[in-house]
Design a protein around this ligand. Structure first.
Ligand SMILES: *Cc1c(COP(=O)(O)O)cnc(C)c1O
Length: 358
């Protein structure tokens, strides 16, 4: 049976990435050695790192003056690294989910944090609007895609305060105007690579303004100077990330990704809205994520939730159980998920309907 991978993270990667990485696990760049057992200073791996950084910049059309870093520690380490490097007195945060909340909690260790708005009152099922950002904030932090709750900020904001974004779960899903941000970061395991590497895009001139001492490993300037090789980088995940970047380019780049993602999301949301057994948890259509699609059973069919999950699993749907804080179901429709998998889930929902709805 074909297994359809809707896992929220770590998650589906292109077959190309898996195959090329599997080959390099056995024989990396003709060295006769595994990519797991070569020096990160070898010319073969240095070439991988260089190409990964330059392709990353090319695909997102990153302007001059920004660095791309591949670090360890996950997006969660960035929650403290960002304020360490950027928060002098005050920072503003938009609380749109569990990750956003964790990010702002860490920032409080470094200065004043203003929560400009929060959707916590409604289990984060919408993106707050119409809030004010203090003009004297050092930066404004947002989470563009809320992986757990299925909401997404799909447009780059025009604001006067320097913008910082966690794009862990929507990087490369759409074109981004990087010039509107001073820093973009994320764990790679949602849309780019296996777990273990964290990407950071940072505007160089924005660094070096803090009075505090910053530990060497937590100072972005260390990693810019070292070309992400100050210490041993996560070699295998960086290799895999390069393969995914090549795959994205071959598909037509981020604009092609967005088109495909929009199509996939429309197919699934249409079924959720049509099928009397299901309803979306995010009611505002403009707030709905195209990466993580959350839905529950309608009141009338609530007791069939476990039955549907078992039914879907029996049809090869993997990873669709919703996060425990939301319940129901979550289908993650990252770049590498083919349209046929979304169609298979829709067919499964229709079949379940035909059995239960008289
Ligand atoms: C998964 C996720 C994180 C956490 O990433 P780690 O790499 O596990 O630290 C942070 N932010 C968002 C939006 C995520 O989806």
């Amino acid at each position: 049976m074909k297994v359809h991978n809707f896992s929220a993270g770590p998650s589906i990667l292109p077959d190309f990435t898996v195959e090329k990485t599997a080959e390099a696990i056995h024989n990396f760049a003709g060295t006769g050695l595994s990519v797991m057992e070569v020096s990160h200073r070898s010319k073969e791996f240095v070439a991988v790192m260089d190409e990964a950084q330059s392709l990353f910049k090319e695909l997102l059309n990153i302007p001059e003056g920004y660095s791309v870093l591949f670090l360890g520690g996950g997006a969660s380490t960035q929650f403290c690294m960002i304020p360490y490097n950027l928060l002098g007195k005050k920072a503003a945060y938009l609380n749109t989910g569990a990750w956003a909340n964790k990010a702002q909690k860490e920032a409080k260790l470094f200065g004043e944090v203003v929560e400009v708005a929060s959707s916590k009152d409604a289990i984060y099922n919408y993106i707050p609007k119409g809030y004010e950002i203090p003009a004297d904030a050092d930066y404004f932090h947002i989470t563009t895609n809320n992986t757990i709750y299925g909401t997404e900020i799909k447009e780059d904001m025009d604001i006067d305060v320097p913008l910082v974004a966690d794009m862990s779960s929507d990087i490369f899903s759409r074109p981004v105007d990087v010039s509107k941000y001073v820093l973009i970061y994320g764990g790679a395991q949602k849309n780019l690579a296996p777990a273990g590497v964290t990407f950071v895009i940072v505007k160089d001139e924005f660094l070096g303004k803090m009075e505090r001492e910053i530990p060497t490993m937590l100072d972005y300037r260390t990693h810019i100077k070292g070309g992400s090789m100050f210490n041993t980088p996560p070699v295998v995940p960086v290799f895999a990330a390069l393969q995914t970047l090549k795959w994205i380019k071959a598909q037509g780049g981020v604009a092609a990704m967005q088109k495909m993602n929009d199509e996939k999301a429309a197919v699934l949301y249409n079924e959720i809205d049509r099928n009397p057994m299901f309803k979306g948890t995010v009611v505002n259509k403009e707030d709905r994520s195209i990466m993580n699609i959350c839905f529950v059973m309608t009141e009338e069919y609530k007791e069939l939730e476990k039955d549907f999950l078992d039914f879907a699993v029996s049809k090869g749907m993997s990873g669709i159980k919703g996060h425990r804080s939301v319940g129901g179901f979550r289908a993650s429709t990252y770049n590498a998920l083919p349209k046929s998998s979304v169609q298979a889930l829709v067919d499964c929902m229709k079949e379940f309907e035909s059995i239960h709805v008289k």
